[in-house]
Write a protein that binds this ligand. Structure first.
Ligand code: PMP
Length: 387
């Protein structure tokens, strides 16, 4: 089968695989142990932290390793909110959007049930949040703005730089960015960002590792209580091989960025232009520069069938795609597309193609042919035959 679901997860980069195998064998000792083997493992972890901090232009003590982006997002949001609430005794207010990944969205929903004020900002049809609505939503008790860089369903690129500028003179409001899908695809200075999330397995690294950049100015309550690891912000035995592999994945992603972008531009242009020309296809992803090159989302509403059936028709031709984020694939209509289109039909018949630099043009051509066949199949069958 041909895999076009690179947004859900990427294969390990061969060099990351080598690092993972080597360090799993070599550095199994607990890096918090005081003996030589523990010390050596710890040295490697701190080297990885320094390497990452140099690549991301932050300080080493601002890099906190976590189990993945879900944890990083929860730590950022709950951490800031709970710390402020405890310090001031007041009710905090958070500004976010309706199209965030479930690890941000559901975290904010949970906080709302606990009495914390949350504003979920709407987005335009192209998936972008209007920066002025952020400014208009600010209250004296606003402590956090959380907006993702690149949307994992549509590829829409949010105006992070502008939001950062808006918040520059408001030191009491922290800015959190889920950078998972943008990293290595869109350049982004995290200068004006206080909290920044990354995940290993989206960039050729292993699963179960992520990081949160926490700028020195941010006060944050941990999610877990335990040992002194990660300055006590994230206790638990450090996953040494995963940390070293994540550093390698970040290094390679940035090193290969130009080449990746070149490949993705060719692939994206081919797939997008051919898809757009298929009668009945509704494009949900805008064209670059408004949308990232690696994600193309479209709907096909013919016969009123849903994404699951369309995915099944493609699967029979050996094409692997998804509709929504894998983290919310059980929902019927996509929350993200509903926020953009307010159209139940479009939102429940979407397909997300996600590309990778390793995809060949031949495979991309086959993908298009398969989608054309899928459309013809739906057109020529009655609904009963399709179900
Ligand atoms: N944020 C975004 C934008 C994502 O795409 C994902 C993965 N679906 C996550 C967060 C969660 O990442 P992880 O699997 O590392 O928890």
């Amino acid at each position: 089968p041909l895999y076009f679901d690179y947004c859900a997860s990427t294969p390990l980069h061969p060099e990351v695989y080598e690092e993972l195998m080597h360090s799993t064998k070599q550095f199994f000792a607990n890096p918090s142990s005081v003996h030589d083997m523990g010390f050596e493992a710890n040295v490697r972890v701190e080297e990885a932290r320094e390497q990452i901090s140099a690549l991301l232009l932050v300080k080493p003590n601002e890099v906190v390793f976590t189990s993945g982006a879900t944890e990083s997002n929860n730590l950022a949001i709950q951490g800031v909110v709970r710390s402020w609430a405890k310090k001031t005794g007041q009710t905090p207010h958070v500004i976010t959007t309706q199209i965030e990944h479930s690890s941000v969205y559901n975290c904010c929903k949970q906080l709302a049930t606990e009495g914390i004020e949350v504003t979920f900002l709407p987005v335009a049809r192209n998936g972008l949040v209007d920066v002025t609505t952020i400014e208009e939503s600010m209250q004296p008790n606003t402590v956090l703005v959380s907006v993702m860089h690149v949307n994992n369903e549509t590829g829409a690129i949010q105006p992070i730089q502008e939001i950062g500028k808006l918040l520059r003179n408001k030191p009491d409001i922290h800015f959190h960015v889920d950078g998972v899908q943008g990293f290595g695809k869109q350049s982004l200075l995290i200068e004006d960002i206080d909290l920044y999330t990354l995940s290993g397995h989206k960039i050729g690294g292993p699963k179960g590792i992520g990081l949160l950049i926490i700028k020195e100015t941010v006060e944050l309550t941990p999610l877990l209580y335990g040992g002194e690891q990660e300055h006590g912000i994230r206790p638990g035995t450090t996953n040494v091989p995963a940390v070293l592999s994540m550093a390698k994945a970040i290094e390679l992603t940035l090193k290969n960025r130009e080449e990746t972008m070149r490949m993705l531009t060719t692939l994206h242009d081919l797939v997008y232009s051919k898809l757009e020309a298929i009668p009945g296809i509704i494009m949900n992803s805008a064209k670059p520069p408004m949308s990232s090159l690696h994600i193309i989302n479209f709907s096909y509403t013919g016969k009123g069938i849903t994404s699951a059936i369309l995915i099944g028709i493609l699967a029979k031709q050996g094409i692997i795609v998804s509709s929504q984020s894998a983290c919310s694939s059980k929902a019927k209509a996509s929350r993200v597309l509903m926020a953009m289109t307010h159209d139940e039909m479009i939102s429940s018949s979407s397909i997300r193609l996600s590309l990778h630099e390793s995809v060949s043009l031949k495979d991309a051509e086959y993908l298009i042919e398969s989608i054309e066949k899928m459309v013809n199949h739906v057109k020529t069958k009655n609904k009963f035959e399709l179900l």
